[in-house]
Design a protein. Structure first.
Length: 420
């Protein structure tokens, strides 16, 4: 693997349980040809040994701001400048706070302040710390300053809680590193991407997850959608300041914070909930809605001598096309999703024309990709202005960038704000 051949990466390891992932991250970066130098904080040494980092990077690990040997050569300045990209993983609440306020009381915070290179942070912390107003303010300031973020992901914490705060997986971070170095113009997010930010005062309605179409009282027709991407978009839209209504099919993941959640089971229930939630500025049809249903039996179907029952399929309502075709109260931006297993962009273009929506987010959900139900996604944005393909990223990061793109398109001209 040589996708990062000759790239110079400075890896800053903060003090958190997720520090063990930085060892695998260093290995993955070196596999791809990168030169990796590491800095570890005093807290980071409580979780992994500097010797382990040194073995995996093949370089000396830097720890001390006041090292006589290193600082005689202006060590922190040299480290901060002699890199193509600085990766902070894990980026703890403490490190983010120091960076946001320009504090420089150790080697890691000093080089973050002294650098003129891009910084990619992979946050990792307890979900309450991540959601705390102080952390959100710090992240907003750092985004405004140009810092890039990958994650955090949702998941189980070492403390026993579940939610946003898990550090992105090493391969997700590698993909973000590759994107940051190869496509710098598409990576930075817009300023003020927090509450009061890019979607302040806007209303967003989004569908997520599968639908369950009953066959009898105990069986149903469904699909493998986990709802992870749709829920992540709802959370990102709320973080960007929007009033968000999430219409969710049956999922096994927690509700995103700051979002009004309406739970449904069938496609007809989902359409009714969407129409009840409108008008809105943006409608995002991220749910994997079952295309067909059957007339459900009133009692559980039994095996019989006549063999399996025969079902007549009935087409479900098309939620995306219905919303896009509204004569009045049509959202200013209507976004569809196209989960395909072949000819992804071709089918997405056809869906864009057929459904008369404004944008289609397309992805390949073939079993080999691991995308359906997984934590990463690789999407292409298909619109009347062309196709833009993104690298494989964590679903939370995809959500943030999609919301940034939706905000940009919304601000580019269409009048008539909805009222409610």
């Amino acid at each position: 693997m040589t996708s990062l051949a000759s790239a110079r990466i400075l890896l800053v390891v903060g003090g958190g349980v997720a520090a063990y992932k930085s060892l695998d991250l260093a290995r993955r970066l070196r596999e791809r040809g990168a030169r990796v130098r590491a800095v570890i904080t005093r807290a980071g040494k409580h979780f992994i040994a500097p010797l382990s980092l040194a073995a995996l990077t093949g370089e000396k690990v830097f720890e001390d701001l006041f090292s006589l040997t290193d600082e005689a050569e202006m060590g922190h300045i040299e480290l901060s400048r002699d890199a193509d990209l600085i990766v902070v993983a894990p980026a703890t609440a403490d490190l983010l706070a120091k960076a946001a306020h320009g504090l420089a009381d150790d080697l890691a915070s000093t080089l973050l302040l002294a650098t003129d290179k891009k910084i990619l942070a992979a946050p990792a912390m307890n979900l309450r710390m991540w959601l705390a107003p102080a952390t959100r303010r710090n992240v907003a300031a750092l985004r405004d300053d140009g810092m890039l973020f990958i994650g955090p992901n949702d998941g189980s914490m070492a403390c026993g809680e579940f939610g946003p705060g898990r550090m992105a997986e090493p391969l997700e971070i590698v993909a973000a590193v590759e994107a940051a170095l190869s496509s710098p113009t598409t990576i930075p997010l817009p300023p003020s991407f927090v509450r009061g930010g890019a979607l302040a005062g806007k209303r967003v309605v989004i569908t997520s997850g599968p639908t369950h179409e009953p066959v009898d009282p105990v069986r149903y027709i469904a699909n493998r959608s986990s709802g992870k991407q749709g829920h992540a978009i709802a959370r990102a839209a709320a973080e960007a300041g929007a009033e968000v209504v999430l219409v969710s099919g049956p999922v096994a993941i927690p509700d995103p914070s700051g979002v009004d959640v309406v739970r449904v089971e069938t496609a007809r229930e989902m359409l009714a909930a969407v129409e009840s939630a409108l008008p809105a500025d943006i409608f995002i049809a991220a749910a994997a809605v079952a295309d067909w249903r059957v007339e459900a039996a009133g009692e559980k179907l039994k095996k019989g001598a006549d063999g399996p029952p025969r079902f007549a399929l009935v087409e479900n309502p098309d939620i995306l096309a219905t919303v896009a075709a509204r004569a009045s109260g049509r959202p200013r931006l209507v976004v569809g999703f196209a989960a395909e297993t072949e000819k992804v962009v071709e089918h997405a273009r056809a869906k864009l024309a057929r459904k008369k929506c404004d944008l289609v987010v397309a992805n390949d959900v073939s079993p080999a990709t691991g995308i359906m139900g997984g934590d990463a996604n690789e999407v292409s944005l298909v619109g009347p202005d062309g196709v833009e393909s993104w690298p494989k990223l964590g679903k939370d990061e995809v959500a943030r960038r999609l919301v940034a793109e939706f905000a940009r398109r919304l601000s580019s001209g269409q009048p008539d704000e909805p009222s409610r």
